[in-house]
Design a protein around this ligand. Structure first.
Ligand code: GDP
Ligand code: MG
Length: 776
């Protein structure tokens, strides 16, 4: 039987995992290996994807992918085994000060060496929480070189000679997404002095899989066993001493959220880094396990390639297991000659034959077999946890068949209402008031000392007006991010992706792209920034290019302005129509992209559904601070420069005289040049063109410029022109701030491309509207 045929509520044992390449490896890395029990929990409201329970955690899988997995009847024995280990055992308590693992006295690194740490762990294991605890405020955010994946570095508080890097959450060292590649490269190439591996104790089997791979890197390491508060609260515990002895590295139980055990973790981490205490063992393949087939192959390959690995400066055991699985990146780096390659292939074939499983599954199975041994010996599993039960209850509503979509609309509606109508505008008015007061003070100050008129105009009309308007959006953006981070950290966003996956697949994306699109209705800038959570570069780019079609709030003033002048009766219908037109255009563009720029499929939707958890206030505060800093930084760099340029163009004529009437300015001249281009769509009036150009700065300014240029004469434009103008404003190039965000994610070429591409789309759409209009 295939997994996709299994009915919700039923369990089965995996017999074979089909598929190929990276996707299959990803399945195996997530614990989908032959011999493991799976339970189908439910199907998404639209019937696809499905939610599974495996190794004690929840996983999503599309039906098409589940079809590649064969299952057989479940083995009843597992339940009894579970009961057997529920014996009571004394907990060693938080912190044992390293009494249970040998401490080297060898030669420490010289004083003054910066101890660099890589913080590695699964997604949602509490990395960010721990990172914030470790570093306090001593951190800075940037990108990894060459890729736009957030990079956070920080100094451990109280230890100025340290540097911790928070790596993207990963499940395995096989590069499946760009994040995983970043993490793997960081560990391999940056040579951190030690690894802090954070393990979610409530989900220990799946988390230890990564630990096993990290041990193979032969880098000093400590395991931070996080979420101990939750595990113990549910009657479970971990015998840390036994686990330490079996893994051969210090294991420190902590609770990052409650800041318990963190000090001890720091002491251990610094110790292993300083004394370069490598893992005591890396040899986890059982000699007895299925006749030792995997064990013998691994050791044979290790010896075979030892010299190559040393030359390439790669850990031997890591290279050996990667070679057996068939990692092409590594094969290149190791430069095996033909004889050795053939020998390798023979060894692997023999292993496959003896083990009765293919190479990738054999290795994954070997790791999970060891993990099972560790867990049986050291973990006392909790009874069904409170958090799990609570999550199931919440999920019954939030991903329920009939309730999922209504609740989704309700929650998003509430977020938008609160952000854009209730809290945001109040704060925005306050801030705008402050900026105005500042601007007034500046005016008086400059008048008092008789500053040159053109400089005055630059400061007041350029900087205070332009940058001030953008800065006044800060509260809205921060509040939007506040709600979104609540949704994200609580685990709801993963559910939205689960519910919406089927819809988004139709346009070539996966469920995860829904979030940036939704934010796009608020503001394209945070929307573009939020695409970083997407697992593949293809999906990320495609999503970025689609978000500008979701009508952002800055366009509301334009709609309001025209609607009240031309359609006072049916205003809301027109506005609703515009929103729908934006979505429709986005869908059409997505379909077009799918056939041209972004061929291929969206990434498979293999995603963990974490328990619902409350984010810590500290995490939220830290995130908001980062976003605010980021936004202000942009406002005062790109936007400031652009504002000055436009101010210059609109204030001077070609002889560089300050103009009194903007009709004579350089901007008007440029607008005049563009007018013929805009005439076919009925927007050839230089005043309209000027306002559209200024809308490139910030969409709101379309209205203010039109106001000054037209005065009361707007009605002379005619209804059809008004409609064309609305459609054009909806679709044409995003504002400078959004373009700057796109540039940061995708580079200059793409950003420029977006400007021209969207103008073209807007032009065509406006033309179609005008032609239809002329028929009547
Ligand atoms: P990351 O994805 O690895 O960066 O994980 P986060 O740091 O964002 O944490 C995921 C969730 O787990 C958040 O809601 C945290 O508040 C929560 N969390 C983190 N550490 C602990 C802990 O020690 N105990 C409990 N109960 N929750 C925690
Ligand atoms: Mg995080």
């Amino acid at each position: 039987m295939k997994l996709n045929e299994l009915k919700p509520g039923l369990s089965a044992v995996i017999e074979e995992v089909g598929g190929e390449g990276a996707l299959r490896q990803h399945f195996l890395d997530m614990g989908v290996i032959p011999g493991t029990e799976v339970t189908v929990i439910k199907l998404a409201p639209m019937g696809d994807p499905m939610e599974l329970r495996i190794h004690g955690y929840e996983l999503t899988l599309r039906l098409a992918d589940a079809e590649k997995i064969s299952v057989g009847p479940a083995d009843r024995k597992t339940d009894e085994q579970k009961k057997k280990i529920q014996r009571s055992q004394e907990h060693p308590g938080l912190g044992e000060e390293g009494r249970f693992h040998p401490k080297g006295t060898g030669d420490p690194l010289p004083d003054g060496t910066t101890l660099t740490f890589a913080l590695v762990g699964n997604q949602n294991s509490g990395k960010t929480t721990l990172f914030n605890q470790l570093t306090g405020s001593n951190q800075h955010v940037g990108n990894f070189p060459g890729v736009t994946v957030d990079r956070k570095d920080g100094v451990i508080r109280g230890h100025s000679d340290t540097l911790v890097t928070d790596l993207p959450g990963i499940y395995s060292m096989s590069p499946y997404s760009s994040e995983e590649l970043v993490s793997r490269d960081f560990v391999l190439k940056n040579h951190p002095k030690a690894i802090i591996n954070i393990v979610d104790a409530t989900n220990i089997e799946r988390n230890l899989y990564l630990t096993m791979q990290l041990l193979e890197m032969n880098i000093p390491m400590v395991v931070a066993l996080n979420m101990m508060d939750e595990l113990r609260g549910n009657g479970g515990t971990v015998d840390v001493n036994v686990m330490e002895a079996m893994l051969g590295v210090p294991v420190v139980p902590i609770s990052a959220a409650k800041n318990e055990g963190v000090d001890e973790l720091i002491r251990h981490a610094i110790h292993v880094a300083k004394y370069q205490e490598k893992p005591v063992q890396q040899d986890f393949c059982g000699v007895e396990d299925h006749g030792g087939a995997v064990h013998r192959a691994l050791h044979a390959v290790s010896h075979l390639i030892e010299d190559h690995a040393k030359r390439a400066e790669l850990p031997v055991r890591f290279s050996a297991s990667k070679l057996i699985v068939g990692d092409p990146l590594l094969q290149e780096q190791l430069e095996l000659d033909q004889n050795e390659s053939e020998m390798l292939e023979h060894l692997v074939l023999q292993m496959e034959k003896e083990r009765g499983m293919d190479r990738a599954a054999s290795i994954a199975d070997m790791r999970f077999a060891f993990i099972r041994k560790v867990c049986d010996a050291s973990v006392i599993r909790p009874h069904e946890s409170k958090e799990r039960i609570r999550s199931e209850k919440i999920d019954r509503v939030l991903t329920g068949r009939y309730t999922a979509i209504p609740f989704f609309i309700l929650i998003m509606g509430a977020v938008f209402y609160l952000t854009f109508f209730l809290i945001g505008p109040c704060l925005q008015d306050l801030l705008q008031g402050g900026i105005d007061a500042l601007s007034d003070a500046a005016r008086q100050g400059m008048e008092a000392v008789h500053v040159n008129a053109s400089i005055q105009s630059l400061v007041l009309d350029g900087i205070f007006e332009g940058v001030g308007t953008v800065v006044s959006f800060l509260p809205v953006i921060v509040i939007l991010f506040f709600f979104l981070s609540l949704l994200e950290d609580s685990g709801y966003v993963a559910r939205v992706a689960f519910v919406m996956d089927k819809l988004l697949r139709r346009i070539g994306l996966s469920g995860r792209s829904i979030v940036p699109m939704l934010i796009g209705f608020g503001c394209t800038v945070p929307a573009v920034m939020s695409t970083r959570t997407l697992p593949s570069a293809r999906d990320r780019r495609m999503t970025i290019l689609l978000t500008p079609f979701m009508s952002c709030t800055a366009k509301m003033p334009i709609y309001g302005f025209f609607v009240s002048a031309f359609f006072p009766q049916h205003g809301w219908l027109i506005i609703l129509g515009l929103y729908l037109l934006g979505i429709l255009t986005g869908i059409l563009v997505a379909l077009l992209f799918r056939k041209t720029l972004f061929k291929g499929e969206a990434v498979p939707f293999v995603m963990e559904l974490p328990n619902y958890r409350f984010p810590t206030p500290r995490n939220v505060a830290q995130l908001l601070w980062e976003k605010a800093k980021d936004f202000l930084h942009r406002a005062f760099s790109v936007i400031l420069i652009a504002t000055i340029v436009v101010w210059f163009l609109k204030s001077f004529d070609f002889r560089l005289n300050l103009v009194t009437d903007s009709h004579d300015s350089i901007l008007a001249a440029i607008a005049g040049l563009l007018a013929p281009v805009m005439s076919p769509v009925g927007l050839g009036d230089w005043r309209i063109v000027t306002s559209l150009i200024s809308g490139f700065m910030a969409k709101e300014s379309v209205v203010s410029v039109m106001q000054t240029l037209f005065g009361g004469g707007l009605a002379s434009l005619g209804t059809l022109t008004a409609v064309c103008m609305l459609v054009f404003s909806l679709l044409y190039t995003p504002c400078v701030a959004a373009i700057a965000a796109i540039r940061r994610e995708m580079g200059r070429k793409w950003a420029l491309g977006v400007v021209f591409w969207q103008c073209a789309v807007a032009w065509i759409a406006a033309l179609v509207v005008r032609l239809i209009g002329l028929l009547f």
